[in-house]
Write a protein that binds this ligand. Structure first.
Ligand SMILES: *[C@@H]1O[C@H](CO)[C@@H](O)[C@H](O)[C@H]1NC(C)=O
Ligand SMILES: *[C@@H]1O[C@H](CO)[C@@H](O)[C@H](O)[C@H]1NC(C)=O
Ligand SMILES: *[C@@H]1O[C@H](CO)[C@@H](O)[C@H](O)[C@H]1NC(C)=O
Ligand SMILES: *[C@@H]1O[C@H](CO)[C@@H](O)[C@H](O)[C@H]1NC(C)=O
Ligand SMILES: *[C@@H]1O[C@H](CO)[C@@H](O)[C@H](O)[C@H]1NC(C)=O
Ligand SMILES: *[C@@H]1O[C@H](CO)[C@@H](O)[C@H](O)[C@H]1NC(C)=O
Ligand SMILES: *[C@@H]1O[C@H](CO)[C@@H](O)[C@H](O)[C@H]1NC(C)=O
Ligand SMILES: *[C@@H]1O[C@H](CO)[C@@H](O)[C@H](O)[C@H]1NC(C)=O
Ligand SMILES: *[C@@H]1O[C@H](CO)[C@@H](O)[C@H](O)[C@H]1NC(C)=O
Length: 893
């Protein structure tokens, strides 16, 4: 009987299961994707049995649809395996994961069909790692699902895992997991390792799951690398075990539990044998045996034994150390030829005790002969894709190989060899390209043919084309390029086609383009690209328009403005008249503007006192301010209309001839940014107080969105616009609709955007369609700032925008590095995770996927619950008590 066959079946069939509830350790570097997770569900989430953090796969792949296994099967699988992504259309569908180059990873993909499509079929398809075949998945063999696992060292910063349609059935995937391993473990000559068996020798099965009799592999968090271990035991063996702790401290770190038991042969003088028939005669095996002495030996006892591979001693004599792991790598790789493979441990003649084995891992060599495309070419082509916002469905996975799945529009060299392929031609003819000739093209250093004809490209012919000596053909016909053709581009051996560019000077004199036009073109082309760049442009544009918002201390930083809907009233309302002050009253109030606390484009802000006691902030509009009188009045009307405890209120105004002033309630504790940065002195705000402040700001915003008719979009939510009163209660300032203004006067720039770089909703920027969800985006950024205390934009950081950075760190499972160090880990991680999840859902690039402010406020209340109970326990709160009962908040309609 093939003793190993059933073990393999178990490994493959019973692979989905559960582990004891243990608190999650850090999952540094783990990537855990729940494929096809519906967008209505929270991502990331914590899988409750393993405490692994799973995220949706949506941002790592372009194609595929979400599916769910049949309802009656849902309870049989861990949550990540209940949803799946299936690929009805494309032949090759690739996940693109960012990883550390030259790092060893355990990579595991899980597949559960679960009759998600009601067809009761057995799909069959291929799985590729980069350009190479990794496995063929055939559900005929594994109706209950299967899992494949390899140990692989990455060759670039990008790992592509592709599902490839090979017949008529539809590929699918349920989960994809990456675990970084110790570089010094599982060393091989050069190849990757495919898991064959990973066992610990314990008679008793692992945990049984409720009614479902399934073997449950031991995995994370018992195993720091989330490897799955199955128990395995033969009748001819005896069990020994210990209750003492066994040290697992070596490069492999197998779970301590797996080491606490061991098998010995019942016939003490006979061998301990594990044998199997290889699937292919040529299979090469790597075996990692884990030993530890777990018996108390008498003085006259010795245990030493040899390892035999197919009857031949293949290592030095083994003497296991007491309660300490010893991992033995057999001289690899081993083959068995046509024979059965036999792994045996046999005691030496001087040994008084039989051999023992605690745990064993067996891998087969898997070869990946095809090199990935040259890494710089991959980066360059992806940058080109980004610059032109191309969303070509075949542009997934490796650009050049395998050749039959190469990206359309590319030709490459070396597609059949072990040297990395290079991109030799790029054809983006008639692809609707706009903007200039992308600079990233210069990094395709082996490019011979470049066809960008029949697009809407503009700008001048870039200098870098001259430097690209590999180029033989350039076709730029049918665009809107202008300027001169550099003389150097008229070199021999280079065919340059530029007809159909009416503004391009072929020879002689041309009208010089003005600088202004150039700037506009740069702005337009860049605007088509990525958020971080958008942000920079905005900085420039905002600067140019001299409308920078005022970073006022203790005051609403910039003057709220109103949209035209409010700008038509001609006479001040009665309400307005009541709060009207004369200019001399304003001067008295401010003691002739004695204490200026802020200054900005619209004038100065002064501290003031009303009726001898009430502190106010007075914003005095300078006469040169570009704001019109009509807007000023309408703004007052609006501000007098909105009342909410979490909005800075307008006390009154002055409108006397040329003298215009706004009088706000005074906020003695400045703005949230100052508190986060520690500029206000004193202690940093605790996590609980941050949540409370966030909640209060959210309630203010909820009021603007839902409590006002018509709804008001704030448009400039940021930490400097969240002010704190003497109780540190948060109030939103500058909530009067910062008015949009056109960028330049050029007709082709239709975008009108307002807001602060970094906080600006990218969708709003792209579409110019403004809605409440744009505030939700900005609020998400504020939340991320409160959680991380990181700058919103930091060009020196690996990921410059805070959302990219947090996303990046989350994918590495690195929560402690995300959190503001000033919090000194004084927070409930449950609460923190919820807050991060919330913030990330707020900054979803697509506004429909963001929650609304009522949902945000509710979620923040939930985040506060664990913190609140914690604070009650520890009595540590010398800070302000929390008040978040919405029942008492006014909700004017
Ligand atoms: C593994 O090797 C890579 C490349 O050599 C290196 O960057 C990384 O720091 C190493 N990791 C460990 C844990 O040694
Ligand atoms: C699939 O799972 C069911 C229920 O757990 C079990 O009864 C059945 O034997 C399994 N099928 C195979 C082929 O293992
Ligand atoms: C074998 O595994 C079972 C279940 O995990 C465990 O309860 C038992 O203690 C283990 N046996 C030994 C001898 O360690
Ligand atoms: C135990 O093993 C030894 C060596 O293989 C063998 O000679 C002996 O017959 C075995 N004893 C029993 C009871 O099987
Ligand atoms: C070792 O000593 C113990 C008593 O201390 C005795 O029972 C046992 O038989 C001895 N074993 C050997 C192999 O001599
Ligand atoms: C790529 O090579 C094929 C075959 O040589 C050719 O037909 C095709 O036009 C080339 N494509 C580009 C973009 O150069
Ligand atoms: C580029 O692609 C277009 C169609 O998309 C084709 O007509 C043209 O011949 C291609 N150019 C080259 C150089 O292959
Ligand atoms: C070209 O590649 C270099 C190094 O790989 C990189 O620093 C540079 O930013 C790239 N240029 C463009 C325009 O993408
Ligand atoms: C250059 O592009 C134009 C427009 O697409 C096309 O008509 C022409 O044949 C192309 N020339 C070459 C040599 O590919």
């Amino acid at each position: 009987m093939d003793s190993f066959r059933w073990l393999l079946l178990l490994l493959l069939l019973g692979a989905f299961s559960i582990v004891r509830l243990v608190r999650a350790q850090d999952q540094q570097g783990f990537i855990s994707l729940d494929c096809g997770l519906p967008i209505t569900e929270l991502s990331p989430y914590t899988e409750s049995f393993t405490e692994l953090r799973f995220s949706s796969d949506a941002t790592f792949i372009k194609t595929g649809k979400s599916g769910k296994i049949q309802a009656n099967l849902v309870d049989e699988y861990l949550k990540p395996y209940t949803s799946l992504r299936y690929f009805p259309e494309e032949r090759r569908n690739c996940y693109s994961l960012s990883v550390d180059k030259n790092r060893k990873y355990l990579i595991r993909a899980g597949f559960v069909y679960g009759n998600y499509d009601g067809l009761n079929s057995n799909p069959e398809f291929d799985l590729h790692l980069g350009p190479n075949l990794w496995a063929t998945i055939d559900f005929h063999n594994f109706v209950n699902g299967t899992m494949v696992e390899i140990i692989h060292t990455t060759t670039s910063n990008l790992l592509q895992v592709c599902l490839v349609k090979t017949g008529t059935t539809t590929p699918l995937i349920s989960a994809l997991e990456l675990r970084p391993l110790d570089n010094d473990s599982y060393s091989t000559k050069s190849d990757s390792l495919r898991l064959f068996a990973r066992i610990y020798l314990n008679e008793t099965e692992g945990y049984l799951r409720q009614w479902l009799i399934q073997r449950v592999p031991n995995r994370y968090p018992d195993d720091a690398y989330d490897r799955r271990w199955l128990n395995f035991f033969l009748k001819s063996w005896s069990q020994i075990s210990t209750t003492l702790e066994v040290s697992n401290d070596n490069d492999y770190d197998p779970p301590k539990k797996a080491l606490a038991a061991a098998a010995t042969p019942s016939n003490a003088s006979g061998p301990l044998t594990i044998s199997w028939t290889p699937a292919n005669p040529g299979d090469q095996y790597y075996l990692y045996s884990h030993f530890a002495e777990i018996q108390d030996l008498q003085d006259n006892d010795t245990r030493e034994f040899d390892l035999l591979w197919n009857g031949v001693v293949s290592t030095e004599t083994i003497i296991p150390s007491k309660l300490e792991i010893n991992t033995l790598l057999d001289t690899p790789p081993e083959t068995c030829g046509d024979e059965r493979c036999r792994y045996q441990l046999i005691k030496t003649s001087r040994s008084t005790l039989p051999p023992l084995l605690n745990a064993l891992e067996i891998y087969t060599v898997i070869k990946f002969p095809q090199s990935e495309t040259n890494e710089n070419d991959v980066v360059a082509i992806k940058n080109i894709e980004g610059a032109y916002e191309l969303s070509r469905i075949t542009w997934q996975g490796d650009p050049c190989v395998p050749q039959q799945y190469a990206w359309d529009g590319l030709n490459c060299s070396n597609t059949e060899s072990s040297t990395p392929p290079r991109i030799t031609s790029l054809n983006l003819s008639s692809a609707g390209l706009t903007g200039t000739i992308a600079a990233a093209i210069q990094n395709l250093t082996k490019l011979e043919k470049l066809d960008l004809s029949n697009n809407k490209l503009t700008g001048v012919l870039p200098e870098f084309l001259v430097q690209m000596k590999s180029l033989v053909n350039i076709n730029l016909s049918g665009n809107d390029l202008y300027g001169h053709i550099p003389q150097a581009l008229r070199r021999k051996g280079l065919e340059l086609l530029v007809d159909g560019n009416p503004r391009l000077c072929l020879s002689g004199s041309c009208i010089k383009d003005s600088n202004k036009k150039l700037i506009v073109i740069v702005v337009v082309s860049v605007a088509a690209v990525v958020i971080s760049v958008v942000v920079l442009v905005l900085v420039l544009v905002l600067k140019k328009k001299k409308s920078s918002s005022v970073e006022a201390l203790q005051l609403p930083p910039s003057t709220p403005m109103v949209n035209d809907a409010y700008a038509n009233s001609s006479e001040p309302s009665i309400e307005m008249k009541k709060r009207r002050f004369t200019y001399s009253e304003v001067m008295k109030m401010t003691n002739n503007i004695q204490r200026v606390v802020g200054e900005g484009g619209f004038g100065v802000v002064s501290h003031g006192t009303l009726n001898g006691s009430e502190q106010v902030a007075v914003k005095i509009l300078s006469q040169s301010s570009s704001q019109g009188y009509k807007h000023f009045k309408a703004e007052i009307d609006l501000l007098l209309r909105v009342h909410h405890t979490n909005l800075v209120s307008l006390v009154g105004y002055c409108d006397e001839g040329d003298h215009l002033a706004l009088i706000y309630e005074f906020m003695p504790n400045g703005d949230l940014r100052q508190h986060l940065s520690g500029k206000r002195g004193g202690s940093f705000i605790s996590w609980a107080n941050r949540l409370r402040i966030a909640l209060e700001a959210a309630l203010g915003l909820e009021y603007l969105h839902f409590g006002c008719t018509p709804p008001i979009v704030h448009r400039d939510i940021k930490t400097t616009n969240i002010l704190l009163d003497e109780q540190l209660k948060a109030k939103l300032a500058d909530f009067g609709l910062s008015r949009s203004f056109p960028v330049g006067g050029e007709t082709h720039v239709s975008t009108v955007v307002a807001g602060t770089p970094g906080y600006l909703d990218p969708e709003y920027y792209r579409t110019s369609r403004l809605g409440e969800k744009s505030d939700v985006y900005s609020f998400g950024i504020v939340l991320l700032e409160m959680i991380t205390n990181q700058p919103v934009i930091d060009q020196s950081r690996q990921k410059s925008h805070i959302t990219q950075w947090v996303g990046f760190m989350l994918n590495r499972g690195d929560i402690t590095k995300i959190m503001d160090p000033n919090l000194h880990k004084d927070y409930e991680s449950r609460s923190v995770w919820r807050a991060i999840e919330l913030a990330m859902s707020c900054v979803n690039p697509s506004s429909v996927n963001r929650p609304n402010m009522s949902q945000v406020a509710n979620e923040l209340k939930e985040c506060l619950v664990p913190e609140k109970s914690k604070n009650m326990d520890s009595q540590s709160s010398h800070e302000v008590s929390m008040s978040f009962d919405t029942g008492i908040l006014p909700r004017a309609r």
